[in-house]
Design a protein around this ligand. Sequence first.
Ligand code: 3HC
Length: 280
Amino acid sequence: MKLVGVIGSGIMGSGIAEVIAKSGIDVVIRSRSQETADATKNAIENSLKKQVTKTKITQEQLEAAMAHVCVTSKLEDLANCDLIIESVAEDLATKKELFTALDKVVKPSCILSTNTSTLPVIEMAKVTNRPDKVCGIHFFNPAVLMPLVEVIRPITASDETIALANGFVKACAKDAVQVVDRAGFIVNALLFPYLNNAIAMFEAGTATMEDIDVAMKGGCNFPMGPFALLDLVGLDTSVAILNALHAEFKSANLEPRPMLKKLVSEGKLGRKTKQGFYSY
Ligand code: 3HC
C-alpha cells in the first residue's frame, strides 16, 4: 500500500491515520469540511508531540510521520488511493451512500474497507461494482495503543483482498485476526453483553459504578472497568453496537439498558463530551 485514504475525522479516523503515518505509509484524511480536516491534522501532530515529550518517539520521527499526512475535504482527492478505510458515523445509510460515491471516484484496483463496529460489511460491498474488493478493517480505541485489528470477510471478498488487508495490518505493526461478517465480529460480540450487564447490575443497586470498575480491574486484571470503558468507546457508539447485536442475536440482555439510553438522550456521550457515566 503506497497511499491510504481515511474518511472521517473522529477519534477513530484520526487515530487510524496516525497509526498509518507512523508506519511510513502516505495517508490522506478526508473530512466533510476543510476546518475539521485541518483540525484532524493538528490533533495528530499534538498526539505525536506528546509522544516526543514522553521520549517515546524523536522529533525526527514526528516530522517523518507528519510528512506522510495530508488532509482534504474533497472525495476526488482519494482517486489514487490503494486502500480506503471508512470511519464515519455508525449509520448504514450514510455508509452505503459513501461507498456508492467512492466506487465511482477511486481507481479500479482500490480496496474499500470499513471500520464499522457491527454493521454488515456485505451491505456496503453490494452498492459497489467491486464487491470482491470490499472488506472490514476494524481498529480498536485508542487505535494508537491497541494492538488488535479485525479483518472482516464478507462472502463477496476475494482471497487477494483479504491477503492485502492482512498485509496492510502487519505493515501497521498490528495483530490481525480474521472473522466472518457477523454482527459484533469477535470482540464487540463478546465485550458488549458484559458492558450492558454491568449497567444492569448498577441499575439493580448491586454496587456503585466505581466499585464495579474497581472490582473488574482488580478481580480480572482488566485495564479499565466497564463504566470507564463505555465512556472511552462513546455511549452513542455503545447504543449503536448493542442495537445491532440485539437485531442479530435477539437476546434480551443485548437491549441497551435504560440508563445508557438516557445518558445519550441528554447528550452525555462519554469522554468526547466530557460527561458520560463519569465527568472528565
Ligand atoms: N490515545 C493515546 N495515548 C493514550 C490514550 C489515548 N486515548 N489514553 C492513554 N494513552 C497513553 C497515556 O498517555 C499513557 O502514556 P504513558 O505510559 O507514556 O504515560 C499510556 O497510554 C497509559 O495510559 P494511562 O496510564 O492513563 O492509562 P492506562 O494504563 O489505563 O492505559 C489504555 C490506557 C491503553 C486505554 C488502557 O486503559 C486500556 O487498554 N483500556 C482498554 C481499552 C479497550 O478495551 N479498548 C477497546 C474498546 S472496544 C472498541 O474499541 C471497539 C469499537 O468498535 C467500539
